[in-house]
Ligand binder design. Structure first.
Ligand code: AMP
Length: 470
């Protein structure tokens, strides 16, 4: 997001975790956020309840930097929600770290949201005209206002009514003093799964969070479903009239962790590996070794190597302690980030014809650096880049941090032009048909980043406005 954007904080990939009915709710949420750290590294927060009031701790930074025993002691109770945020820089960042909490006529409420709402200018403008005062620039605060301002009904009716007024991508956790509510947009764009640990229910962005705390994955929160979890148990409400699944395909390609099961029990690692196999079928090349761009390219590179029979090697070593540099939004720092993160192993690469596998090319700057690094520092003879997804041509308005269309190199350049730009000996992207062949056909997907077909309609005027701000 542009720092000049004073009005909206389009928070992007995020991780959310919630638990009801555990005496150590905040501690388990802390662990859950650890497992979901890959979904956002800019800030994190936990809100807990002991049944009578809410407690909130949040800050900028990584989960490990924010929480310690002392901070966790400030979060008593048997209910908790947590959030890992991936977003923008700017002075207002701390206010925008979630969960966001508010007090209204029915008590207190807190929200943790993954995804982007669209049409936020209209909604926020309307609320402000009615006298609403916003404390953050986060689109999620709109939902709190809509809940607080509803005149009639209890919490559930108010939440359902508020949610029906917004559109976009949302996997949401809400909590009051006495319950946990989980919601998913009618398209199910972002993942959200339900788990169980003894008598407690857990809702998390990805199942890898269940594994860490020894919980069992039960099922996904259904698109358009509102789950209410309280002392009485768990209740499911369908709050939309129509449901049209459009799960984000980029979760498979890059965003989710390979050890997670998303979109109704689909293993991310299996999909990624199969994408690599398909890539090998579509773009074979005579070479000595297959190497991944770690970590995101590893499963696809294994698949490519198995399919092609060319040996797999770790030709690039990733520094895992770099922290958050990769989310820095400025191009100059992104360039720097590649060098600080990856280094070639000359012994492996020297004099070899190398196939390099990455999951995606966005702006093209990472691939360019990597190819140069493998050729110059690694002294490879040939560098063949293979990408386990189709050319990224459409910006995401539903919660993945992709740049504007103009910055997406494949939106304005042919494959051969991109090859020249990244200085590879050859370049091959997975085809859209190949992608469709691999992803399980048991459900439907949003592939707007690859085909520019956006499942949630919005006026083209708004697209350009949002693009300006992204
Ligand atoms: P670029 O230099 O813009 O082409 O970035 C491509 C690299 O960024 C690839 O190595 C991807 O694994 C990675 N990547 C793709 N999508 C994202 C994202 N939303 N946030 C951070 N990194 C990403």
């Amino acid at each position: 997001m542009n720092e000049n954007n004073l009005f909206f904080d389009i928070h992007e990939e995020c991780g959310i975790f919630g638990i009801f009915g555990h005496p150590e709710a905040a501690n388990l949420t802390y662990l859950g956020l650890y497992a979901l750290q890959h979904r956002g590294q800019e800030g994190a927060g936990i809100c807990s309840s002991d049944g009578s009031r809410l407690y909130l701790e949040k800050s900028l930074g990584l989960v490990a930097e924010i929480f310690n025993e002392k901070v966790l002691k400030n979060l008593p109770g048997h209910i908790a929600i947590g959030h890992n945020r991936y977003s923008t820089t700017g002075s207002s960042s701390l206010e925008n770290v979630q969960p966001l909490m508010a007090t209204y006529s029915l008590g207190s409420i807190a929200i943790a949201h993954n995804g982007n709402l669209i049409d936020i200018e209209r909604l926020r403008g309307k609320l402000e005209k009615d006298g609403a005062i916003f404390q953050t620039t986060s689109d999620s605060e709109i939902i709190l206002h809509l809940i607080a301002r509803a005149r009639d009904g209890g919490v559930h009716e108010r939440v359902a009514n508020a949610i029906r007024q917004v559109s976009g991508a949302f996997s949401i956790l809400l909590m009051s003093e006495t319950e946990l509510i989980a919601l998913r947009d009618p398209y199910g764009i972002r993942p959200l799964s339900l788990g169980q640990l003894n008598d407690s229910y857990i809702v998390a962005s990805e199942t890898c969070a269940f594994d860490l705390i020894g919980a069992t994955y039960i099922r996904d929160v259904e698109p358009g479903e509102m789950l209410i979890i309280n002392e009485g148990g768990i209740k499911s409400l369908k709050i939309f009239n129509s449901y049209k699944k459009a799960h984000c395909v980029f979760e498979f390609i890059y965003f989710a962790r390979p050890d997670s099961y998303i979109f109704d029990h689909i293993c991310v690692n299996t999909v990624r590996k199969e994408l690599g196999r398909q890539l090998a079928r579509e773009h074979p090349v005579d070479a000595d070794i297959v190497i991944p761009v770690p970590d995101s390219g590893v499963p696809a590179a294994l698949g490519y190597a198995e399919q092609s029979g060319i040996p797999f090697e770790f030709g690039l070593i990733r520094n895992h302690y770099v922290g958050r540099t990769f989310i820095e939004p400025k191009q100059s720092i992104r360039h720097f980030g590649v060098k600080i993160k990856l280094n070639p192993v000359r012994e492996i690469l020297k004099g070899k014809k190398v196939i390099v596998i990455d999951d995606s090319i966005v702006r093209g700057t990472t691939s360019k650096k990597i190819v140069k690094m493998i050729r110059e520092l690694g002294e490879a003879k040939e560098v063949h880049m293979r990408i386990s997804s189709p050319p990224a041509i459409g910006p995401c308005f539903y919660g993945i941090d992709t740049p504007t269309r103009q910055e997406l190199i494949a939106s304005s350049h042919k494959v051969e032009e991109i090859r020249k730009y990244i200085t590879a000996d050859s370049l091959g992207y997975l085809s859209i048909e190949g992608l469709k062949k691999i992803i399980p056909s048991s459900t439907n997907y949003c592939m707007a980043c690859f085909n520019s077909k956006y499942p949630i309609e919005f006026e083209s005027k708004k697209v350009s406005q949002i693009e300006l701000f992204s």
